[in-house]
Structures are given as C-alpha cells and as structure tokens.
Unconditional design. Structure first.
Length: 116
C-alpha cells in the first residue's frame, strides 16, 4: 500500500498547440521544481498514474501525467478497430505522435520560470 503524505495540488492543463491533456501533481513550495513527465502503459490513462505521481511529488518533483494519443481524454472511438485492422501501424503511430506531444510539453515548460 502506498503511503501518501501531506497536501497536494493537482491541476489539469491542456498544453501546446494540440491541447494535450495533462495532470500536474506537486506540493506547494516556492521556487522552481524539477519536472518528471509520466506516461501510462498500454490502454491506460493519465489518472492511472496517480499513486506514482503523488510519490514523486513527495520527493519534491512536479510530475506531469500525460494521456497518450488515442488514450484517456483523447480516446478514439475507433481505438480497438484500428488495432484489429493493423496493430503494428496503429501502435507505432501512437508512440511517434505521443513523443511529439512530449516535445510540445517540454517546449512549454522551457518558457516557464517555475520548472527546472
């Protein structure tokens, strides 16, 4: 069982030109915080990373949990059909497009003064 300590701030943000759905977890503290970007597993979502993100907040990080393409808030109604039709292509597309999303999040963070 996870032991979660203290009071946290959890914020939902839509980041970048593609409005990438994210959850931000951190303890209130002044100054810049190191950032961890958390990605869920296959068929998961950003909310499924809650325990891990809170543990990282306990360690002093701001953790940003992201919905991969076609997952969570971005769930494609044709999700399973696309996999059944061509699993390798669909899987590869999700991985590549999610990597592009991470790049947008990093670009966004570089413009902020409260992350390091």
């Amino acid at each position: 069982m996870a032991v979660i300590k203290g009071t946290y701030t959890i914020e939902k943000h839509f980041v970048g030109k593609d409005k990438i759905p994210t959850l931000w977890f951190y303890h209130e503290a002044k100054g810049a915080k190191p950032v961890v970007i958390a990605i869920h597993g296959w068929t998961g979502n950003k909310e499924g990373m809650l325990t891990n993100c809170l543990r990282m907040a306990d360690a002093g990080f701001c953790t940003i949990s992201v919905d991969a393409r076609m997952h969570g808030d971005r769930l494609d109604p044709e999700f399973w059909g696309k996999f059944a039709e061509n699993f390798p292509k669909t899987f590869f597309t999700i991985v590549v497009e999610t990597a592009k999303d991470i790049s947008q999040i990093v670009d966004f963070l570089e413009m902020r003064e409260d992350s390091s």
